[in-house]
Design a protein around this ligand. Sequence first.
Ligand code: ATP
Length: 360
Amino acid sequence: MASITVNQLHKRFDDFVAVRNSSFSIEDGEFFVILGPSGCGKTTSLRMIAGLELPTSGEIKLGEDEVTYQRACHRDIAFMFQMFALYPHMNVRGNISFPLKCQGYKRRVVQEKVQEVARILRIEHLLDSKVSGLSSGDRQRVALGRAIIREPKAFLMDEPLGALDTEFRHLMTVELRELHNRMGATTVYVTHDQLEAMSMADRIMVMNHGVIEQVDSPQEIYNRPQTMFVAEFIGEPSMNFIRFKAPLAKGDSQIKLGSAEIAIPTLHESQGETEYALGARPDQIRLSDSSPLRGKVLSAEYFGSTQVVTLETLYGKLKARTESRIPATYGSQVGIEFNPEKLIIFNTESGNALKSDYMS
Ligand code: ATP
């Protein structure tokens, strides 16, 4: 297995920039997810790492080796797409063993390796079955088997679960992560599904319009989004933004919304008078009778022990996640308070979070 280092990678299709000066490194054995909306440059980034697309400029290293312009077949990387193509005329054993047979491995070695891969994937009982009769999950496992039998330096996966239904997708998400834990292989996984990314990744790279917005652990991405885009893209419901104009200064530890004074983590920088947004995850909002910041309850969605309450306020709609026992009757007026520790102030023009006691 190997680390992957990407330095100032740039990809232009005629006048259109699909990936803009990307730099990031993936550690040996890491499960690294590239996440972002459709068209943000995820697949193009992955294809350049695989050698299926040549960069306009920049550098890619696999371990210590520079591979930027090396052909895909010389990179010792396994690639898995959403539409996993299996050879229909071969059984499961034939499909899994195919890459090794092509490389001229001895029959006995191939048999042993197929058995080992089938054991890891728990499909030993299917080895002599035709692939045409398999469920989509088993077909996926066979495709995985064909990828891992080569023991490549890294696995690159482009929305491999995209074609599966939701329930099965979740099952395969857990399986893929367990498989990764057992094998310790460097994995780069592309998805537009934040829940998939959050549940599988060691680290997530969030992209938008060909640019890297943030690379961090799922916990940091959720708790300390560096930009409004990341804050909004991650989390369900996503972060609330309350826009306000104010002359904020270094050392400030509260803001005013009308007559309500809201405590915030002390700011470490000064960005003058402009439009800001107070960012609050739904679980940072409390309902309280006494607060002068008021909202009208529009709905309360029940999720067992918690509920998501949608409130109409002077600053737009807010979503609060509270315990279900807190009363939230449709049409009632409630006070709104915030847990100050995790509040984030964003400059709405740049979209960037301001440094504070909470945001480093
Ligand atoms: P999706 O999840 O929809 O595949 P993505 O984030 O993987 O999105 P890419 O496939 O990397 O996005 O594409 C990024 C941008 O580059 C898109 O606007 C796409 O239309 C453009 N693009 C990709 N390949 C080419 C190509 N061969 N020629 C021209 N434009 C391309």
